[in-house]
Design a protein around this ligand. Sequence first.
Ligand SMILES: [Ca+2]
Length: 273
Amino acid sequence: MSIQDLISRIETAKSNLEGLKDQVPRDQSSASKIHGWEPSVDRPGFAFIETESGGVKATAGLMSTEDPNGIFRQKGLSGEVEGTVITDLHGGTGNPRDGIKAGVGVYEANLDIAAAAEFYGAPLPDEANVANLEFKAAAASAEASVGKDGLTAGATASLVEGGFTVGYSSAENEQDETVRLVGVAGQGYAARLHWDDADSDGFREFGLGGDYSFLSADIKTEDPLRTLLSGGNTSGGVGGNLIMDPILPEGNLTESVANKFGLSIKDENAPNA
Ligand SMILES: [Ca+2]
C-alpha cells in the first residue's frame, strides 16, 4: 500500500465518522454564513461570527489590512475563537480543519518578499522563490486540530516573535522544499505534521514542525529521501545542493525508490500532476 493510499484511507475513515455525527456530508454542507462586520477598506475594525455546518468561528479586532498584490498583511488588537466538528474554517486558507483553536494578539504582520520582488520587476530566482517574513507582538494561541493539510497540537505565548520562511515551491517541480524558522521571546510547546499538496502537483509536501520554548520551526519537502540525504536543499545549500545534487538522480528520489518496490507517493489524479 502506498503512503498516498494510507492517507486517503485515513481521510475516508475520518469522513465516514463525520458522516455518522451529521448526516450532511462535508462537500454538500451549506456555504459559510457571516454575522457581523468583516474587515473592509473603509472600516478598520472588524467583529463577526462565521458559522458553517458543524463549526463556528468568532473573531474581532481593531485593524486588518492586506494589500491587493498579496505582499503585506497586518492585523491589530485581534482575537479569535474557533471550534469545529465538520467545517472548512481555518483562517481562510481553505484547508478544512476539525478541532479547536483560540488566539489573541496585539499586532501581527506578514511580508511576502517573493511577491514584492516580482511586483517591483526583480523576481527571485526559481530555485529560491519562497521568502516570507513574519512578526508578532504580544500574542498567544492554542490549537488542537487535524485536517486535509496536516495536524496541529499545542500552545504558544510570546512578547515578540519574528522569523522567516525560505525555499522553493512550484507545481513544475517535484522536489519542493521550504524551511520556516521563528524566534520566540516567550514560551511555546506545539507539534505539527504537514501533508498538504498546496501546489496540487500530486506530490504532498510532507513535513514536521513544532514550537519548543524560544524556537518555532517547520520543514516541508516533496522529496523526503532527497532532503534526508542532502541535508536539505534549502538548509544545507552548500553541502546539500552543490555536492549531492550532481550525485543524486534528477526527479523525485523518494518516488524513484518507492517505484522500485512497486509503490508510489504520487497522486496521478491531482489537478497539476
Ligand atoms: Ca506538491
